[in-house]
Ligand binder design. Structure first.
Ligand code: PFF
Length: 452
């Protein structure tokens, strides 16, 4: 991170650096673990269709909103809301963002820990150490879960301690393309396996009768989770963004990249689920619902690599889980950065103390989750599916009616000179003022009404 005298907060080194870091935050377990799992639970292609629609109709406009609030105020979400309004409700909303970050990260590290476990599983399996391979991949082993989750948390904290390090920019620049290449090769391989065709059909041929309110809610939650929206991660990342940069353009790259990787991941994992089923793995129960839950991809993917066999299986399996760990790391950094920058900015604590304090608290919560992984679904529902869109709703209302779109325009114009004559401006204004908050409210409202 380059630090300029005029702004001790520092900024991203280059435009590409920022896009890579934001894409690094977006692309993570959400794309490769959460997206296929939620899709498999929600009718395949119909889910994909609604998800893609919501990404562009709600996700992208909210991303532009978060980045402009962050760059304007140069603050964490709590500080940003405080800087633009004295209304205490929005300070509370900022706290909600911080709480969502803490809650999501506390289960995120457990899943990320599994990516580490499975990296080793691949190695042990290749060398014929089958009992060790089985031991390290037993995701019901609480102590093992704790060990790998804390290891992952330790790595996340150490990156955060270096500030918004060049490390993120560099890592993402080389590793993301690698992840894409590996996924594409795997897709080609899987397509030739028995059962894959049925999976591909399930993924790409929508059955629109499967669309219901649960599916729409799940798709909205997935859009927010995957794009890192609704908890101020991109307010915080925007706070390090140079004023010369074109926010709508950067956001378009990040959105496109994130959706592209999720699409590819689905293209790999849906057919793999069916392939694994053809191999005899039980994926659906008699009632037709998924038995595997959060562990789904960790059950079917190793199957794929073992099927490839030999050194090829090891190379693909090992590299895949390693890259997945790193993709999770570039996301967990942004999750931890939100509560950390809040403590630094608002309580005047050093970065080191803040990161260790917040990381310590989250680690403690993650220990409980590591022992009872059934908690993941509930925490995910409350904080990702409900919490993030709620945050997104507040961000829209805040920008449109408190800060006001005309002020956001002044901020956006700094890096987007002909904004006034561009179609983006009137369209985005209508979305952020009316369409996004109304849609989010409608989907959340219907759900909450349904619960009671
Ligand atoms: N977008 C990340 C992923 O897809 O794995 C997860 C995430 C990061 C969610 C940051 C929310 C967030 F603020």
């Amino acid at each position: 991170m380059a630090t300029t005298p005029a702004n001790s907060r520092g900024t991203w080194n280059t435009k590409l650096g920022f896009i890579l870091a934001a894409a690094g935050s977006a692309v993570g377990l959400g794309n490769i673990w959460r997206f296929p799992t939620v899709m498999a639970e929600n009718g395949g292609a119909a889910f994909l269709f609604i998800y893609a629609l919501l990404v562009f109709v709600i996700g992208y406009p909210v991303m532009v909103a978060e980045l402009s609030i962050g760059r304007k105020t140069r603050k964490n979400p709590v500080g940003a809301f405080k800087a633009l309004s004295s209304n205490k409700i929005f300070t509370l909303a900022g706290f909600w963002c911080v709480i969502c970050g803490v809650a999501i990260l506390s289960f995120y590290v457990v899943i990320a820990g599994w990516t580490i476990s499975y990296f080793f599983e691949q190695i042990f399996y290749y060398f014929g150490m089958f009992s060790l391979a089985e031991w390290v991949s037993n995701i019901d082993n609480g102590w093992l879960n704790v060990g790998v989750a804390l290891l992952f948390m330790g790595i996340t904290i150490s990156v955060i301690l270096g500030g918004i390090s060049q490390g993120i920019e560099k890592a993402v620049r080389t590793l993301m393309p690698m992840l894409v290449v590996i996924i594409v090769i795997l897709i080609v391989y899987v397509m030739f396996q028995p059962g894959a065709g049925a999976g591909l059909r399930e993924y790409l041929v929508p059955d629109f009768s499967a669309i219901n309110m649960d599916l729409i809610l799940a798709a909205m939650g997935q859009a927010f989770f995957s794009l890192s929206l609704g908890m101020g991660a991109l307010i915080t990342y925007g706070s390090y963004l140079n004023r010369k940069e074109n926010i709508p353009e950067a956001a378009a790259y990040v959105t496109g990249f994130d959706v592209g990787i999720a699409f590819l991941a689905g293209m790999l994992i849906m057919p793999t689920i069916y392939m694994a089923q053809a191999e005899g793995l039980v994926i659906y129960d008699d009632a037709g619902s998924l038995v595997a839950g959060p562990a789904l991809i960790f059950q079917v993917l190793p199957e794929l690599f073992h099927e490839m066999g030999g050194i090829i299986g090891l190379i693909f399996g090992g590299t895949f889980f390693l890259l997945l760990t790193i993709a999770a790391l570039t996301s967990s950094i942004s999750l931890l950065e939100v509560p950390t920058s809040y403590i630094i900015d608002e309580h005047n604590v050093s970065r080191k103390k803040a990161a260790i304090l917040v990381g310590g608290v989250i680690s403690l919560i993650s220990v409980f989750i590591a022992f009872d992984t059934s908690l993941i679904d509930d925490i995910d529902f409350i904080f990702s599916v409900i919490g993030l869109p709620l945050g997104g709703f507040i961000i829209c209302i805040f920008l449109a009616y408190i800060w006001k779109t005309e002020n956001a325009k002044l901020e956006l114009e700094q890096g987007f000179k002909n904004l006034d004559n561009h179609w983006f401006w009137p369209v985005w204004k209508v979305f952020i003022k009316f369409i996004c908050p109304a849609l989010i409210a409608l989907i959340l409202g219907t759900t909450i009404y349904g619960i009671f």
